[in-house]
Design a protein around this ligand. Sequence first.
Ligand SMILES: C[S@@+](CC[C@H](N)C(=O)[O-])C[C@H]1O[C@@H](n2cnc3c(N)ncnc32)[C@H](O)[C@@H]1O
Length: 312
Amino acid sequence: MSVPEPSQNEQPSEDVRARGDEKPHDGDMSASHQTGGRHRKATEPLDKSGQRVREMFRQIAPRYDTMNHLLSLNIDKWWRRKAVDRLTIQGDAPILDMCCGTGDLAIEIANRAGGDVQVIGSDFCHAMLEIARDKEDSRVRDAAGGAGRPTIPFFEADSMQLPFTNDRFQCVTVAFGLRNIVDTDQGLREMVRVCRPGGQVMVLEFSQPTLPILKQLYGFYFRSVLPRVGQMLARNDKSAYEYLPASVGQFPCGEALADRLRQAGLEEVEYQPLTLGVATIYIGKKPAAPQSSTATQRAADPVEQPMRMVTQ
Ligand SMILES: C[S@@+](CC[C@H](N)C(=O)[O-])C[C@H]1O[C@@H](n2cnc3c(N)ncnc32)[C@H](O)[C@@H]1O
């Protein structure tokens, strides 16, 4: 299997710190996490620079799926299925799953969408995309009568600046990726920009349970159990499994995140907590009429940017 090296025209990774506008949730204020031998207070902004996040996922890519399913007791698969249930897939306009990682959501969508709809996956971590591509190859190979189905192309792309033209996709989705993008609002604006008017933008993300006892149990599992199990099973990946609770603790959820979707230009925004609020689906519609909000202002360039597809 040969995989092309990063291209010359690859965008330089942004190297900025999280703006610190994601406030820790109640109950998380006293939490601290180990970082490189010292405790990092949950109030400290996380370093979500593209370079750091990409490197972290590069390191955990080979074990990402196993760890994901194990640490979530396989519930993550059901969450993705529930998220796809919320999509209204019509006609043959394409669908984008950004921050697609190892491709599970994109593949779930393609399985439901039927042969006429092109599903595209994008992510900025080549190692995650290689796994997505291999999974997709097996899916197409194994599918009975699958011949002729369009396969999912996986592209390397930064979700801060998607290389797609405006108003292109009938649905734009992201699962457990928005939290990792250095600027949440820019990520959402990009989703809205490439979504066609009347189309859907869907976010599946971890959230904080609201029931007090469950909140405490969840906090304990996330802060104390998960990083240790992560370290035991994935050797050098301890920092990644410390990053996870810290990034969830600092990320808005419920109404706060729903508001950010509205500010990005979406209407009819709804959210649905899953598994007592451990994860939440957020969904909104891009207004049918053209609007002059910032969400559509990067309209100037109608030309698709150069893209690198992950191939064999
Ligand atoms: C937790 S994984 C989620 C993967 C997948 N969506 C899933 O449901 O398992 C987060 C993914 O977001 C990607 N990511 C984070 N920031 C990104 C950015 N700015 N642009 C593109 N991908 C990004 C990472 O490379 C990683 O693959």
